[in-house]
Design a protein around this ligand. Structure first.
Ligand SMILES: N[C@@H](CCC(=O)N[C@@H](CS)C(=O)NCC(=O)O)C(=O)O
Length: 197
């Protein structure tokens, strides 16, 4: 049994988008929970078993899976028919995994720290900046409309998501990619799903 703990218009919205793309919505129970919001509304939900009260949080047959990157990798592998995962054994599997690890280990810290105005030489030395993030994405998108050429994968769904929330990167190639991802059936469905909530 699969249960996703979700809060509308949050990082778990991209998991709803993924489930739609995977045609897996019916295989997952979606539990809507509250979270504290930046505007002071909302609060931690006792019904959310995430140890920090966060979303997304996935439970599969009693096993907890946390962090968007792990959850999205896991689900895309679990429902391979949609072709959104690059599977083990594929020559590009390593590159595919790298995007997810890089998102969690670099992109989220860099964009979050810059958004709240925190700069420090140590941060720059460790993570670099949004300029390097954009350069990496730009280089990947030189070969096609998505990170893996013509193939839309769960990596596009995860990596474009901060720009869908906080605004496009402001470069034609990147902006067009974000737009392309936002126009996908998954993103459209997730936006409507959350709006209905
Ligand atoms: N790195 C985590 C971040 C999760 C996260 O911070 N989610 C926010 C929603 S956008 C949350 O649950 N906030 C509630 C809280 O911090 O208590 C992931 O991507 O899964």
């Amino acid at each position: 049994m699969l249960t996703l703990f979700h809060s509308p218009q949050s990082r778990s919205t991209r998991v709803i988008a993924l489930l739609k793309e995977l045609d897996a919505l019916e295989a997952v129970t979606i539990e809507r929970v509250t979270i504290p919001r930046r505007d002071g509304t909302g609060s931690r939900d006792p019904a959310n078993p995430h140890p920090d009260g966060k979303v997304p949080f996935l439970i599969h047959d009693g096993v907890a899976i946390w962090e968007s990157s792990a959850i999205m990798l896991y689900l895309a592998d679990l429902f391979p028919d949609a072709g959104l995962s690059i599977p083990p054994g594929h020559p590009r599997r390593g590159a595919y995994l790298s995007w997810f690890a890089w998102y969690s280990g670099v992109v989220e810290p860099v964009l979050t720290l810059e958004a709240v105005g925190v700069t420090h030489p140590g941060i720059m030395a460790t993570f670099r900046s949004h300029l390097e993030v954009k350069a990496r994405l730009r280089a990947a998108l030189a070969d096609g409309p998505f990170l893996f050429g013509n193939r839309f994968t769960a990596a596009d769904l995860l990596l474009h998501s901060p720009y869908a929330w906080f605004g496009k990167p402001g470069e034609p190639i990147l902006d067009a990619w974000v737009e392309r991802c936002m126009e996908r059936p998954g993103a459209r469905f997730a936006a409507a799903f959350d709006a209905a909530a």
